[in-house]
Design a binder for this molecule. Structure first.
Ligand code: CP
Length: 292
């Protein structure tokens, strides 16, 4: 059976730690692995992407492989071919399948029928590839993961859920501050509050994400911006965190909404490292899944 990466919790704590270290090795020597030599990785994008597409395509190429990006309108899926049949056909050609889609069930079904690893490149509930890159960025910034405290402020979305799921495996505490109606389910293992200052107090990193995600109804945008305004990541909120604290953002950013320009482009952010680390983390993930 292939190993899939759907929520991030398919990996053990030890594997996540090893993957983070491997990502940093690959960052310092980008062409040192040819794990995908003469192999192709299909990357299905049913939703727009900048970072995920560029980092996966470049990462697969650096591993000696051939990335094959497939937009929704280029596949027979858009004309009614089933996910099952698509999984069967792709598995006869490629070493792994990445998929970004608007329904979690699509990824689950692809994984159920694929004969090769399936990687979740973002769904409404999960964004585990982002969480891996976040851990690489934290490890790079602080030299360790154990005992770090991260405050996530804003919409309790897929990024927040995956951050909790993956970071809690390796001893990173995640506190999520969101207003009523925008909070993660109580069962998530992080610390939940509606107070962004309480979440940020003494944290090693303060993290935010967009207020209107791709899966959100655009008609709710104005209400979301109003409710989430007190959760903006600005210099004052960052001052509540530890003196050495860094600012993180999944991107794309909307300066003036969930983050100020001052923080986004300032001295305390590691946001652009975070975007780069997508590639290194995903290369380490591909090595691990392909070898399994
Ligand atoms: N963070 C992230 O997934 O970016 P893209 O939507 O541009 O891929």
């Amino acid at each position: 059976m292939p190993r899939h990466f759907i929520t991030g919790t398919e990996l053990s704590a030890g594997e996540v730690r090893a993957l983070v270290e491997r990502a940093l090795e690959l960052k310092s020597a980008p062409y040192s692995s040819d794990a995908l030599r003469k192999r192709t990785v299909a990357l299905i994008f049913q939703k727009p992407s900048t970072r995920t597409r560029v980092s996966f395509e470049t990462g697969v190429a650096e591993l000696g492989g051939q990335p094959m990006a497939l937009r929704a309108d280029e596949l027979q899926l858009s004309r009614g071919e089933s996910i099952r049949d698509t999984a069967y056909v792709l598995s006869r050609h490629v070493a792994a399948i990445g998929i970004r889609t608007g329904e979690d069930e699509v990824v689950a079904e692809m994984a159920a029928y694929a004969g090769v690893p399936v990687i979740n490149m973002l769904t409404p509930r999960h964004h585990p590839c982002q969480a891996l890159a976040d851990l690489v960025t934290l490890r790079e910034a602080f030299g360790r993961l154990d005992g770090l405290k991260i405050a996530y402020v804003g919409d309790g979305n897929n990024v927040a859920r995956s951050l909790i799921d993956v970071a809690s495996l390796v001893g990173v505490e995640v506190r999520v501050a969101s207003p009523d109606g925008y909070q993660l389910e109580d069962s998530a293992p992080g610390v939940m509050t509606d107070d962004p200052h309480e979440a940020a107090r003494g944290a090693d990193a303060v993290y935010t994400d967009v207020w209107v995600s791709m899966s959100d109804d655009p008609a709710t945008a104005a209400a979301r911006r109003q409710m989430l305004a007190p959760y903006r990541l600005d210099a004052e909120l960052l001052d509540r965190a530890a003196p050495h604290a860094i600012a993180l953002h999944c991107l794309p950013a909307h300066p003036g909404e969930e983050i100020t320009e001052e923080v986004l482009y300032g001295q305390r952010q590691r946001i652009w490292d975070q975007a780069e680390n997508r590639r290194h983390a995903q290369k380490a993930l591909l090595e691990r899944l392909i070898d399994a």
